[in-house]
Design a binder for this molecule. Structure first.
Ligand code: GDP
Ligand code: MG
Length: 386
């Protein structure tokens, strides 16, 4: 049963306060939500207590967009657009470090070089299958004297790595016919689902799309507040029912509201769950079915967020989430810092599911459309890049 809710007028939000006072508190989104203003959620809870209206209506918080200077982030420079941004952010990955070291030693073209490449690939979590495929192909061509020197072999490796990712570098296309285009985000805890939704909201707003967010992680009050904080930052409506609400019911209400408003994109958050928790995994199927009752083609995208530092465990996560919810696209986050990065190749080779975006930092602009060439070149020594 869908519970009844009262439509809430937008509360005095953190955004409003910041607008008036110019406090810097909201200008540092490094870990949005952790310290997010909780006034939104309190207001939601207040709106839900004791009062029932005749018609089921979702709770809205539709804040005013924040002014430029409030959205400005001065703490750290954003990654530059294009390839340099990728390279600067992925420089510390195990992959980049192994290959940087290998390359700077001016290696000879021999079996030792192949062994070193094999070790570097395995260390970076490319996985046994993909590594064997890459190294054996290089070995065959080396024996056939295809390479004049080590550089030529490394250039061939670069091309092979790009070729492995090219089939999955398929950007998310928002079908304008779908009103709204529903994106359901799934994944284990802490991988960056809510952050990714915030970044997507930022992107879609910049593209001039109308959108709405659904606070489907109802496990923790902080999770709802975190999404609302992102909504406020981007001037996007967030549909929420507060903590412990039925996630499928939140999604249902949100889709109804988005349809009524003619919103172009609806992004639904979900609680993180372990791929081994059968009951919770089944809930994803329920959310999908409930959405399908309003629009049989919804959700148009089941976007699984994967933490790039997870290593080979990402493969079993994807296997289980795919079985439970039919994943149609991936976001690989935390590829900045010390991420191993290589799991992207294993995912591409094993599943062939499109990788839509890569998270290369915590800031709104640090979500990049996945670009096979930019990604590979960020991992390999600069001299090799095209
Ligand atoms: N460095 C880095 N941190 C990220 C990235 N994406 C998310 N995070 C951080 O990961 C943490 C968990 O993110 P959150 O969105 O709450 O994860 P969720 O539980 O899946 O919703 C937060 O501290 C985020 O700032 C990324 O691309 N790079
Ligand atoms: Mg979350």
């Amino acid at each position: 049963m869908i519970p009844f809710f009262r439509r809430k007028k937008s509360p005095a939000t953190a955004g409003d306060a910041a607008t008036q006072t110019g406090t810097p508190a909201d200008t540092a989104p490094a870990t949005p939500g952790v310290d997010a203003d909780a006034s939104g959620i309190d207001a939601v809870a207040a709106a839900n207590t004791g009062t029932q209206s005749i018609e089921p209506q979702p709770v809205f918080s539709a804040p005013e967009p924040m002014p430029e200077q409030v959205q400005d982030h001065e703490a750290a420079p954003a990654a530059a657009p294009g390839k340099p941004g990728w390279r600067e952010r992925l420089r510390n990955s195990a992959f980049a470090r192994s290959f940087g070291g290998l390359f700077s030693r001016n290696p000879k073209l021999d079996d030792d070089l192949l062994d070193e490449i094999e070790t570097a690939l395995l260390t970076a979590d490319v996985g046994v299958g993909a590594t064997t495929q890459l190294v054996e192909s290089l070995r065959k061509r080396m024996k056939a004297r295809e390479f004049v020197d080590a550089n030529a072999l490394l250039a061939a490796l670069r091309a092979d790595l790009i070729a492995m990712l090219a089939p999955v570098a398929k950007p998310l296309v928002i079908d304008a016919e779908a009103k709204p285009f529903v994106i359901l985000t799934v994944g284990v805890n802490g991988v960056g689902k809510t952050t990714t939704i915030g970044k997507l909201a930022h992107r879609f707003k910049a593209e001039g799309r109308t959108l709405m967010l659904a606070a489907g992680d109802t496990f923790r009050a902080a999770a709802v507040a975190q999404l609302q904080a992102w909504g406020e930052r981007n001037g996007v409506a967030v549909v929420a029912q507060g903590q412990n609400a039925d996630a499928a019911s939140v999604a249902f209400d949100a889709l109804q509201a988005a349809k009524a408003r003619g919103t172009e994109v609806l992004i639904a958050d979900t609680a993180g769950r372990l791929h081994t928790q059968q009951g919770l995994m089944a809930e994803l199927g329920k959310i999908k079915r409930v959405l399908g009752k309003i629009d049989e083609s919804a959700p148009q995208e089941v976007l699984m967020v994967i933490d790039g530092t997870t290593g080979q465990n990402a493969l079993s996560q994807l296997r289980q989430f795919h079985a439970a919810s039919g994943v149609t696209g991936l976001v690989v986050t935390k590829l900045d810092g010390t991420a191993k990065g290589g799991v992207v190749f294993a995912l591409a080779r094993e599943f062939g599911i499109p990788i839509r975006f890569a998270g290369i930092g915590e800031r709104p602009e640090d979500l990049r459309v996945f670009d096979a060439e930019a990604f590979v070149d960020a991992l390999l020594p600069e001299a090799l890049g095209a």
